[in-house]
Design a protein around this ligand. Structure first.
Ligand SMILES: O=C(O)[C@H](CS(=O)(=O)O)OP(=O)(O)O
Ligand code: MG
Length: 247
């Protein structure tokens, strides 16, 4: 297995596709997707365009759809939920399809939708994603950070490093064998540095500070947990993620 890390969707090669592509948006889209599917949501369908989201969700039964819209860290006017994993409790999302658009994470998922296997990863489901990759022995894996409006986000690269670190340990592979590019080696070094204090990292990084300024301290705490959910969000059809059982 070779793991290639790309810090932002813009850095993903324009030609060729890996066996598996993984979108990472720790703050907060892929954390929210994992939390929603773990809480019993039927699926999460992602959109970069809000108008298209409204049009397509109009065709869905009103009592089985939840419109999740976030721009600038806040809920889009008229939408049911913002981009908070804490809002995804079973009483709210069970059996419903989430129609979701966020500033960065849903763009990353759209960018990699053509890969034969597409996953969404965050720190909370890191081990489950790692176990899936190990079990299926995929040849090439891309881990794509969502970043922020085209620029680098430290927390996404640290999560990429957490996944690569887990794979290196569980497969017993030395870094030079596992890493497909230098970004993967850098991501693992960053994860090594921050692994015992992920919440501090979130308080330091620009994305975390933006969310703290909006009063989202509890979200940061939730997103900083590692290996707490055994849920694997996997693309079932273009831009539609469902939960896969791991056995
Ligand atoms: O809601 C979030 O955490 C961010 C908002 S912003 O980019 O910080 O304004 O969106 P996401 O798509 O989850 O990065
Ligand atoms: Mg983000």
């Amino acid at each position: 297995m070779k793991v290639f890390t790309y810090h932002t969707p813009e850095r993903v090669p324009s030609d060729g596709l890996p066996d598996c592509a993984i979108a990472v948006d720790v703050l907060r889209a892929t954390t929210t997707i994992a939390a929603a599917l773990a809480a019993g949501a039927e699926a999460v369908q992602v959109f970069s365009d809000l108008e298209q989201l409204i049009q397509e969700s109009d065709d869905w039964p009103a009592d089985q759809r939840i419109r999740v819209g976030e721009r600038g860290g806040q809920t889009v006017a008229g939408f049911d939920l913002g981009n908070s994993p804490l809002e995804c409790h079973p009483e709210r999302v069970q059996g419903c399809r989430l129609f979701m658009s966020t500033t960065n994470g849903t763009r990353a998922l759209e960018r990699i939708q053509g890969a034969p296997t597409v996953l969404a990863a965050a720190l909370i489901n890191r081990a489950t994603v790692g176990d899936y990759l190990q079990k299926h022995q995929l040849e090439t894996v891309w881990i794509v950070g969502s970043g922020w409006q085209g620029s680098y986000s430290l927390e996404d690269t640290v999560c990429a490093g957490a996944i690569a670190h887990y794979l290196s340990q569980s497969l017993g592979l030395p870094l030079e064998t596992l890493a497909g590019n230098d970004e993967t080696i850098a991501a693992i070094a960053l994860y090594d540095h921050y692994q015992d204090d992920l919440l501090t990292l979130f308080h330091q990084c620009s994305h975390g500070q933006r969310l703290l300024n909006l009063g989202n301290h509890a979200d940061l705490k939730y997103c900083a947990q590692i290996d707490t959910l055994s849920v694997l969000p996997i693309q079932a059809e273009p831009k539609v993620l469902v939960k896969t059982a791991m056995d």
